[in-house]
Design a binder for this molecule. Structure first.
Ligand code: PDD
Length: 284
């Protein structure tokens, strides 16, 4: 079955969806994106992704191309047309098409692209085994809070990590972990505290992060939002990452140092269960 994608108002087979070589997303990475997960054909935390999208666009001086309601309708239509039960919807908005110019042109019609991805999320075998993460110096730009399509460095870091035999990499700045290449990073200290970096321009403000921290607090878990060092991480009782496509995913080794007994820890496992259960209830 050919995948139906959305491009600027039309639902078309993927191979017929074409954009200009002058699109500023292509020439300048002048665009933003969101990935919203789908469970049982429903969208997880759509409102959160919509709010972050509006913020990313506004930081780049761009406007929402349509109302949130219409955007939700496009997400739903694509999920239905492609029969997606579990996976995600990718959305990208670029400033639009114009001759190459460092000066951002005003008043362009944005390019709006959405496509679906079918993926196994709930029963991911990685959740049973846990991830091994390597380390990479965080060489990204300083506005990581904006979810731009400028993903070259995280892509290089992940590729190097996988070549070195890890599943992914955690990025490190001034000795402290910022986040994973496409996820937020957490450790659980030996006295049971969940530690994750505080929100700032240094990291992406994960939608899954916000939900998981709220659920952790509701489950009487202790959360500390602060930077943690590589040494602290290697000495942790357990670790995990969060993102729309991994939910809560245990990490069992960091840069070759095995955490605990090398198996997913109880807090990460519990949070994964709670997150999936609660998200399914709230899915739209
Ligand atoms: N990535 N940090 C980075 C650098 C990310 O790219 C992502 C998400 C996150 C987690 O954000 P959220 O919980 O809102 O998914 C944190 C998506 C999934 C991606 O690029 O595919």
């Amino acid at each position: 079955m050919t995948r139906i994608v959305y491009l600027n108002g039309d639902y078309v087979p993927a191979e017929e969806a074409k954009i200009s070589i002058f699109d500023r997303g292509f020439l300048m990475a002048d665009g933003v994106y969101e990935v919203t997960s789908v469970l049982d054909g429903k969208l997880i935390d759509f409102a959160g992704h919509l709010a972050r999208l509006e913020r990313s666009l506004s930081e780049l001086g761009m406007e929402m191309p349509m109302s949130g309601e219409d955007l939700l309708a496009v997400h739903r239509e694509l999920v239905a047309r492609n029969g997606v039960v579990e996976g995600g919807v990718y959305l990208q908005i670029t400033r639009g098409v114009a001759d190459r110019d460092f000066l951002m042109p005003e008043g362009l019609a944005p390019t709006v692209v959405l496509f679906t991805m079918s993926m196994v999320l709930k029963g991911s075998p990685k959740a049973e085994k846990g991830l091994s993460v390597g380390l990479a110096e965080d060489l990204r730009w300083a506005r990581r809070d904006i979810k731009t399509v400028q993903l070259l460095y995280p892509s290089m870091a992940k590729t190097a990590a996988v070549k070195a035999g890890f599943d992914d990499a955690w990025m490190v700045e001034d000795g402290a972990v910022t986040e994973g290449t496409s996820n937020n990073a957490y450790i659980v200290t030996r006295d049971g505290k969940i530690v994750t970096r505080q929100l700032s321009n240094d990291i992406l403000h994960g939608i899954t992060r916000a939900a998981v921290l709220k659920m952790a607090a509701e489950a009487q878990m202790v959360v500390e939002e602060r930077a943690f060092t590589v040494e602290e991480a290697k000495a942790a009782a357990e670790a995990f990452v969060t993102s729309a496509t991994t939910f809560v995913m245990p990490v069992v080794s960091i840069d070759g140092t095995v955490l605990g007994d090398g198996k997913p820890g109880p807090i990460a496992r519990r949070l994964r269960e709670i997150y999936i259960e609660e998200s399914e209830k709230l899915a739209v």
